[in-house]
Each structure stands twice: as C-alpha cells, then as structure tokens.
Design a protein around this ligand. Structure first.
Ligand SMILES: *Cc1c(COP(=O)(O)O)cnc(C)c1O
Length: 637
C-alpha cells in the first residue's frame, strides 16, 4: 500500500528503464520526463529532447518509423576510444601508438563511413575491409594516407592487385592472411606488379571468449592460422627473402565479449606470438587485436552476454598493461596497437523511433458470481480449483487448471460442450492464472513453471516497425536492446506489455527486455491517449542491424534522418534519406511496378466494359492503386 501512495517521479522512470546505466552519459531524462540526448558541442555540453527531434522530422514531412542517427555520438565514441588508449599508454609508459580501424561490415551505410573517416582523420582512424566491395569503399573514403586499411576475409587476385597498386600512392593497405592458400597468391601478384606487400597474419588463439560469437575465436574458429601454419608462412617468407613484409599480427576473438578476463587472456597469448615472430626476424610493428569491445545493452555491468564487466578505460588499460608486461619481459619493442572496434563505435549513434498504433489489453472475461447449477463435471472442477486456491497450493492449482482445460477442450471437440460452456471455461482458466500470478508475489520461492505465468496477461502494444527489417538480431539471436518511451516519463507507466511489430509474423515481437539483474518478459508502458501519439525508442541499434535486415512482409527500409546537435535544444538535420516505397520493395523482388499498374489498368478496363464500375470509379481506383505504389511501406497516419 505504502508503495502505491508514493508519488511517481522521473527518477523512478530512470530506474525502471535503466537509462542511466545503459545510456553511457549520452541518454538521460529531463526533469519534465522526456528522454534527452547529451553531447559535447563546440560551445560546451548540450542536450536535446528526442521528442523535439521527432517533431522536427515530422514537420519536414517524414512519418514514423525513423532510424535516427546522431552524428555527435559517433564522433564522441571515436574520440573516447582514441583518447582512452592514449591515456592508458601514457599511464603505462607504452612506447608505441594506437591506431584504430573501423570494420565496415558493422555499418556499411555511406553516411556512417563518411562520418567515421571524416571525424576519424584527426586520429588517423582507418578502416577494416572484409571483402572486395568493402576495399573499394575504403580506398575511396579514407581521408588520410596515414590511416590504415586492414584487409581481412577471402582475397582473390583482383582484390590483391587493387590493394597493392594503391600502396604506390602512399596507402597503407595490409593483407591479413587468413588461410595458407593466400600467401602464394599475394607473393605472385606482388612479384608481377613489382610492389612489396604489407602482410599480416591472423592467428587462431586457443583462448576463447564467452558470449554469442565465441566461435569466431578459439581453436575451432574457421578463420586464422594454426601455430604450424604460422611457422609455414614464416618459413616461406624467409625462403623468398620477404620476412620484412610480415608486419602485422591479428586475431579476432568474436564480437561482444562480456568478460574482461577473456580479453586479457587473449592479449597475453597474442603478445607471446608477437614476440616470437619478432625473434624469428619478421619486421612486425603492428598488433591488431580485432573487435570484441562490448556494449552494455542491459546496463547491468556484468559478464552477462548482453553486457560487459568493464568500461572502456578498463579495457584499454588492461590491454596496454598486459602488452607492456609480456613485451618488456622479452625486450621486444612496443608495436602500434590496432583494434577493430565496430559495435562499440557505432551502437550508440542510432535509435529506432516509432509510434504505437494500437493496444490489445488483457480484459477478464465474464464469470457469473454464483456457480450455475447444471454445469458439466469438468466445469464444476474448474470452479472448485478457483475456490480452493491459497498461497500454499499454487502449483497444484495450476496443474489442475491446465488438466481440466485440456479435458474441456477435448469435450468441446467431441461435441459434448457448447461454445458458451467452453467460453466460460476459458474465462475461468484465465481468471485462475491471474489469481495465481497475483498470489505469487507473496511466495518466497516461485516454482520455475509458474515464473512466466504473467506472460499471457500482458498487453500487446503494436509498434509501427518491423523487427525483421530494423532489429534483425532481436529475432535471430535474441539480442536485447534498451527499449523505452521517449516522453511522458513524469507519468507513471501502469501497463505491463510486450511489443509486436506490424508484420503478421508471430516472431515479429520484442518480448525480452534488459533488467539490471535479469531479463524481463515485459516492459512497463503508458496507456495510450486519444490526442497524442505515443513514441517508443529502441536504443543502441547502430551496429549490425541495418544491412542484416530483410524484407519480411515487404516492409522496407525505414526513413533515416541524421542530425547534429548544435546547442541546447537545437540541432541541424544533416541528411534525410527516404525509406523504401512500396514500388521500391516490389522491384527488389523482381516485380516491375509499371507492369503491375498496367495489368491492374486492364482489369479495371474490363470491369468498365462489363458494366461493374463507372469510368469515374475506374479513375478513382487507379489513383488509389498508384498512390499505394508510391507510399511508405509502414503504417501512414
Ligand atoms: C566483425 C568483426 C569485427 C568487429 O567486431 P566488433 O565486436 O563489432 O567490434 C572486427 N574484426 C573482424 C575480423 C570482424 O569480423
């Protein structure tokens, strides 16, 4: 009772959604209960309400959903990463430098790569290319020839020729050997063109990391050379007098490594490889520690898969300290440290914003106050379960209710129960479940089976978005992203809900949410009001989500709007990219929109001839069809 009387405050909202924990100082709540973005601008710190940005976008003519990019956040993450390495190196007396590269695959969108290279130029932050297409992008987008381009992935002669020739104009393009077959091709092309290659090798570490992507590292990883293959490469290079070309050692343990201990172990193992390669006579000079720097999606600061038990400064300090200790012991010069942090660099800068279209609430069905007399046995039993329920027999009541419901369904199938009787039984069952759920709050140890009982009783909020298009990892690997309303947070949210998207797929939903000590099966949301849109944001979606998305139900790309926050409450819309129209998505699956219109026109003409519609009706219908073709694939108000 006490709790119910306590007034809801914005601080309660911050706790409920964990925004201070996952927001990394970028996202917070205003006193008025709105989500704000905080950035550093040239004239000092500034904050802007997301709601104002949404208004700005809508005033410019774009409807929801929108993928919002905040350029300042991308810039700031690049700065934080570089500054942190710099500081850690200074603190540990590290004599080499740090030079990061951004792996293009994490977000290939032109605008993102453009911003990374433009802003990254001051740090000589380079690019990692995993394919020919990505190399083509990197060569053109990189702004400073002092930035590095690291080529991983399978490389054919064409790829190698292109990379080799650009070294003539001063580019630093490293070819990282991932499989033994690549070396002869690189050497042959280099011989033919008369250009010395910069060679790196990717190793398979025996260290492994926990988390979703653990298979990228470790002995069973499909990429990288085993120790004996490394020795072969060294011998081959020695034979051909090319050991001076071997300058880089690389590993990639996998993405989103939640435990700092795994990171340290991998760096230690790699440092040993590195010093032995130096002792073998390889030129070396660069140590590329790959990606893996994690994002704390649930804000728990733990080694849970969606979190991490370290912050950026701890990461860089640990990496540098381990390197110093191993390399100094062996008297090996400190190399330039490269990391390929993708996720941590871009995750923060994108937010998926959408409006809620509709809500299905759980409403209790009708149950008569007194038990009707002429009920079949199974229904009487259901009433009995409901009457007998106490805190002590919840599991038993649950089992009985499930049993009788099955029995009732069977009787209905065999024609022994009427539709009304079945409906009464269903209402009774839901009522029992709800009562159990309420009583569970008073139980110390909740039986596992009953833990998720609440689920069937949650509201369903229908959001104007597609999980498959905009949040593919939610569907594919049960990724958790922070989700919350972006306004009305001074008001207590009273509905427990899950989110459904507008695909009619049963997987098109978000029903797992981050919580500080756990995951939650529902989220607290506000009641919809008549006169105001209700906006939700899915945060930290800048990494991996954009190009993995697919055209499920032919819902296409959302609009993308990039803003730069310029001061308190002010922002520039830097770019607007219109999302797919219906005609766009139809052509992706090989329809010809023009031919579709033509076809439809014929059908209409036939209908006019048959006297089923008038010429005026024909015109109107055709107009609707053509307007539909041009429309946004999402729900338009
Ligand atoms: C995917 C990938 C990365 C990016 O990893 P993050 O965890 O996103 O930083 C880096 N290097 C390689 C080789 C990759 O395949």
């Amino acid at each position: 009772m006490q709790e119910m009387l306590k007034r809801w405050t914005v601080a309660d909202a911050a706790n409920t959604y964990g925004i201070k924990e996952w927001g990394a100082g970028y996202f917070d709540l205003s006193d008025g209960g709105d989500v704000v973005v905080r950035v550093e601008t040239e004239s000092g710190p500034a904050e802007t309400r997301l709601l104002d940005i949404i208004r700005g976008i809508e005033d410019r003519g774009f409807g929801m959903p929108v993928l919002l990019r905040i350029e300042n956040l991308l810039d700031q993450q690049i700065s934080r990463l570089n500054d942190s390495f710099r500081n850690s190196m200074k603190a540990s007396g590290y004599k080499g430098r740090y030079q990061g590269v951004f792996p293009i695959k994490v977000n290939q969108q032109a605008q993102v790569i453009e911003e990374v290279t433009r802003f990254g130029a001051r740090f000589n932050h380079g690019l990692e290319a995993g394919s020919k297409a990505e190399l083509v992008v990197a060569l053109s987008m990189i702004q400073s020839t002092d930035s590095l381009i690291v080529c991983n992935g399978y490389k054919d002669p064409e790829f190698i020729d292109l990379g080799l020739q650009t070294t003539r104009i001063g580019y630093k393009v490293f070819f990282v050997i991932e499989t033994p077959t690549e070396l002869p091709i690189i050497l042959e092309r280099s011989e033919t063109l008369g250009i010395e290659p910069l060679i790196g090798i990717r190793i398979k570490l025996s260290s492994r990391a926990g988390g979703h992507w653990q298979d990228s590292g470790g002995d069973n990883s499909i990429f990288g050379l085993s120790t004996s293959q490394v020795v072969d490469v060294v011998d081959r290079l020695k034979e051909q007098d090319k050991l001076h070309c071997l300058q880089l050692l690389h590993y990639h343990l996998g993405s989103q490594i939640p435990n700092i201990r795994d990171i340290r172990t991998a760096v230690r193992e790699t440092a040993r490889y590195y010093s032995d390669l130096v002792n073998e006579g390889a030129a070396m000079g660069y140590l590329d520690l790959g990606g893996g720097l994690a994002v704390d999606y649930d804000g728990s600061q733990t080694n849970f898969v969606h979190s991490k038990n370290y912050n950026l400064d701890e990461y860089t300090a640990d990496v540098v300290e381990v390197l110093v200790s191993v390399l100094d012991e062996r008297e090996v010069a400190h190399p330039t440290v490269i990391t390929e942090s993708g996720r941590a660099t871009v995750a923060y800068s994108s937010i998926l914003l959408f409006n809620v279209l509709d809500v299905t609430q759980y409403t209790p069905g009708y149950i008569p106050e007194t038990e009707p007399e002429d009920l079949p046995e199974s229904l009487k039993n259901m009433f009995e379960v409901r009457r007998m329920m106490t805190v002590r027999n919840l599991q038993e009541c649950y089992n009985d209710a499930v049993y009788y419901r099955e029995e009732i369904r069977e009787e209905f199938e065999h024609g022994n129960l009427t539709l009304r009787q079945r409906a009464l039984a269903d209402n009774l069952f839901m009522d029992i479940i709800q009562k159990i759920a309420a009583l569970l709050k008073k139980v110390k140890r909740v039986p596992r089976e009953l833990e998720e009982l609440q689920e069937g009783l949650y509201d369903i909020y229908y959001g104007n978005f597609s999980v498959f298009q905009s949040l593919p990892d939610v569907w594919a690997i049960d990724q958790i992203f922070p989700v919350m309303p972006i306004h009305r947070l001074a008001e207590q949210p009273r509905r427990r809900a899950i989110l459904a998207d507008i695909t009619c797929d049963s997987d098109g939903k978000i029903d797992t949410f981050g919580a500080i000590h756990d995951v939650q099966k529902s989220i607290l949301l506000h009641e919809l009001t008549k006169d105001e849109e209700y906006y939700l944001g899915v945060f930290l979606v800048g990494a991996y989500q954009e190009t993995l998305g697919d055209l499920h139900n032919l819902l296409g790309d959302t609009h993308v709007v990039s803003v730069r926050i310029t001061g308190n409450g002010t922002f520039d819309v830097v770019r607007e990219i219109e999302g797919d129209s219906i005609s766009d998505v139809l052509s992706y699956v090989e329809y010809t929109p023009k031919a579709l219109v033509e076809n439809f026109r014929h059908k209409l003409e036939q209908a006019v001839r048959d006297g089923r519609i008038s010429v005026a009706q024909r015109r109107k219908l055709l107009q609707s069809y053509e307007a539909g073709m041009r429309g946004y694939t999402y729900y338009e108000r």
